[in-house]
Write a protein that binds this ligand. Structure first.
Ligand SMILES: C[S@@+](CC[C@H](N)C(=O)[O-])C[C@H]1O[C@@H](n2cnc3c(N)ncnc32)[C@H](O)[C@@H]1O
Length: 264
């Protein structure tokens, strides 16, 4: 069991090390920019008012979230298992003159090196629900948490065409492991996510549907992948995505959920 976990971490580290130099390129596409826009619009409403607050960006990769947070004046701790992802982050932070606002730590989110209740806000935008206890441990009482989760129903819908048996098995299960781009994640529904976090003394504030909603709008692949676009269309698409992210009747259909909660 322990050996499996170590192998899992090793293979994730290798994958992200290999991918590091190209990771940010995806956010230059229409799809990436739209999803990044929605992620940020949602996050902005939960950031601490006090710019001296301490924020942990766990599994924060190349600093997509850390860099803007540091520019806003927050003290950020960026942790990740991939040295190559962290190297890209360091270069960007240095270039933008905010490296002094960020502490970079190579570590696994399941075994954080920080004391209990160290942070006012803890983010983990990589679907690792098994790390929830550890992420909550380092969040101050009254502090906020934001975690990406793999959305069970949305995953089953996407999987059905290629593998109807697995899609149905997933929907029949309470919560189950799935492989997303070769990585193993536990997939949960909106209600299961709420239940899991509430058991861990998190008051769930809201759960939003994010990622993969562009497919629901039937936007052609060429547009999704293009690197230049019509601004009016971009605004229309992002407004659709933001409105849908909050709409209970479609929340099950996204690829990910992002949960916002408060530690009580
Ligand atoms: C999809 S990227 C997300 C990066 C960043 N959170 C963002 O939203 O742009 C996933 C990141 O999680 C990191 N990661 C995966 N498993 C991890 C673990 N157990 N502990 C720490 N980081 C991990 C990877 O190295 C990679 O940088």
């Amino acid at each position: 069991m322990l050996e499996d976990k170590i192998k899992d971490i090793e293979s994730k580290r290798k994958k992200w090390d290999e991918h590091a130099e190209r990771y940010d390129e995806w956010y230059e596409t229409f799809k990436g920019a739209a999803e990044n826009y929605v992620d940020w619009e949602l996050l902005k409403g939960y950031l601490p008012k006090d710019r001296n607050a301490k924020i942990l960006d766990a599994a924060g990769g190349t600093g997509r979230i850390t860099l803007p947070l540091a520019k806003m004046g927050y003290s950020v701790t960026l942790c990740d298992i991939s040295p190559a992802m962290l190297k890209v982050a360091r270069q960007k932070l240095l270039k933008e003159g905010v490296l002094n606002k960020v502490q970079i730590s190579e570590c696994d989110v399941h075994k954080l090196r920080f004391a209990d209740q160290s942070f006012d806000f803890v983010l983990c935008w990589d679907g690792m629900i098994e790390a929830a206890k550890e992420l909550i441990r380092v969040t101050k009482k009254g502090g906020k948490i934001s975690i990406f989760l793999v959305n069970k129903c949305g995953f089953a819908v996407n999987m059905f065409r290629e593998n109807p048996d697995s899609a149905l098995a997933l929907l029949r299960s309470k919560s189950d492991y799935v492989y997303d781009e070769e990585e193993r994640y536990m997939a949960v529904s909106v209600d299961e996510a709420r239940e899991i976090f509430e058991k861990e003394r998190i008051k769930v504030i809201e759960i939003y549907a994010v990622c993969g909603m562009l497919d629901l709008l039937s936007i052609p692949k060429e547009i999704q992948e293009s690197r230049s676009w019509d601004e009016k269309f971009f605004r229309q698409v992002t407004e659709m995505l933001l409105r849908l992210s909050k709409e209970p009747s479609v929340k099950g259909l996204s690829r990910h959920l992002v949960l916002y909660g408060e530690r009580i």
